[in-house]
Design a binder for this molecule. Structure first.
Ligand code: NAD
Ligand code: UDP
Length: 333
């Protein structure tokens, strides 16, 4: 029995592969490497001492995907494959709809053909749009996403809810990630953004490495304790463990269920900068800049449902997230 990880060579998929292999699962990876490196499967094998077979394919290619199901007894799928850059999705919406929606539809059809009934989907906290209050829980309405990327997540969630409603044998878990950061503590796996990073943590590590000369802090007049934006940063290894718990949950539950994967704690931009400085003994030069368009002031998870039903809680501190991010930055070139 194997678990197929679409997008398994990517940032979150690769860390999840390590978790699954370490827990004794067999994994098969499928990725077209449009946003990852062909070296990643070797690194996963190096870290776990176990095989991580990789199929280089586009998930939208049904014939290629079928080959994976023919050659492996795929018992469950974790569907990471997708494009995820918010800004690019605004500039190239059709690319995002075509890639993210088609990949999911093709996957569902092939899974049905091969009687595979368990699917874990990488959703995002972005599906809550601009929520009426924080922390955000799973009973709050979804919708109002401000960009095509977010709307692909919302649409895919709806497709999966419909598929589960129509097929009582299907088990779907929607995992709504908050802000994944950090890297594997070995320094062998992490996220390598293309070009100028949009996200806070990779920007900070590039400032620390001297690639950028200072951090622009977008807004210091938000109604938050120090005026800077608050988010729920989650270590990617904690996030990976959440997928393991979700797989176990999907074994014994039918239907579709959504879970927030976050720590339940919000940190401001300045909290993150100061934690990074403490964890790594460095100083991060910063400049206060205007608010970034579309940013919410404060956003963090109510993580109680995942604790109760998945028996999952995060374990790693903000300092660990910062230390592991910095180790990866120094190793990744
Ligand atoms: P990533 O880009 O590192 O990984 C995605 C992988 O999918 C890449 O390796 C890419 O090459 C592959 N891929 C994309 N389209 C494909 C296709 N059609 N066929 C085959 N492979 C394809 O991204 P990540 O950060 O690991 O994110 C994984 C998933 O989690 C994505 O669906 C993303 O939208 C979602 N997510 C990520 C975050 C985040 O902040 N990283 C937050 C919320 C949700
Ligand atoms: N941020 C910042 N400078 C940067 C990048 C991000 O001040 O160069 C802030 C951003 O305004 C937000 C927080 O850091 O308050 C997290 O931003 P990120 O893009 O990582 O996550 P998202 O906004 O998508 O939750």
């Amino acid at each position: 029995m194997a678990v197929l990880l679409t997008g398994g060579a990517g940032y979150i998929g690769s860390h999840t592969a390590v978790e699954l292999l370490s827990a004794g699962y067999q994994v098969v990876l499928a990725d077209n490497f449009c946003n990852s490196s062909p070296q990643v499967p070797r690194r996963i094998e190096q870290l776990t001492g176990k095989p991580a077979p990789i199929y280089q394919l586009d998930v939208r290619d049904a014939d290629a995907l079928e080959q994976v199901f023919k050659e492996n007894q795929v018992d469950a799928v974790i569907h990471f494959a997708g494009l995820k850059a918010v800004g690019e999705s605004v500039e190239r919406p059709l690319l995002y709809y075509r890639n993210n929606l088609d990949a999911t539809l093709t996957l569902l059809e092939v899974m049905a053909k091969y009687s595979c009934h368990r699917l874990i989907f990488s959703s995002s906290a972005t599906v809550y749009g601009d929520p009426e209050r924080v922390p955000v829980n799973e009973d709050m309405p979804v919708g109002g996403c401000s960009n095509p990327y977010g709307r692909t997540k919302l649409m895919i969630e709806q497709i999966l809810l419909d598929a589960a409603a129509a097929d009582p044998g299907l088990s779907v878990v929607l995992l709504r990630y908050f802000n994944p950061v950090g890297a594997h503590p070995s320094g062998l796996l992490g996220e390598k953004p293309n070009g100028i990073p949009n996200n806070l943590m990779p920007y900070i590590t590039q400032v620390a490495a001297g690639i950028r000369d200072h951090l622009n802090v977008f807004g210091n007049d938000y109604p938050t304790p120090d005026g800077t934006g608050v988010r729920d940063y989650i270590h990617v290894c904690d996030l990976a463990e959440g997928h393991l718990r979700a797989l176990e949950y999907a074994e014994t539950h039918r239907g579709a269920e959504a879970f927030n994967l976050g720590t339940g704690v919000g940190y401001s931009v300045l909290d993150v900068v100061h934690a990074f400085e403490r964890a790594n003994g460095l100083t991060i030069p910063l400049v206060f800049a205007p608010r970034r368009a579309g940013d919410l002031p404060a956003y963090w998870a109510d993580a109680e449902k995942a604790a109760r039903l998945l028996n999952w809680r995060t374990r790693r501190s903000l300092e660990q997230m910062c230390a592991d991010s910095w180790r990866w930055q120094r190793n990744c070139d």
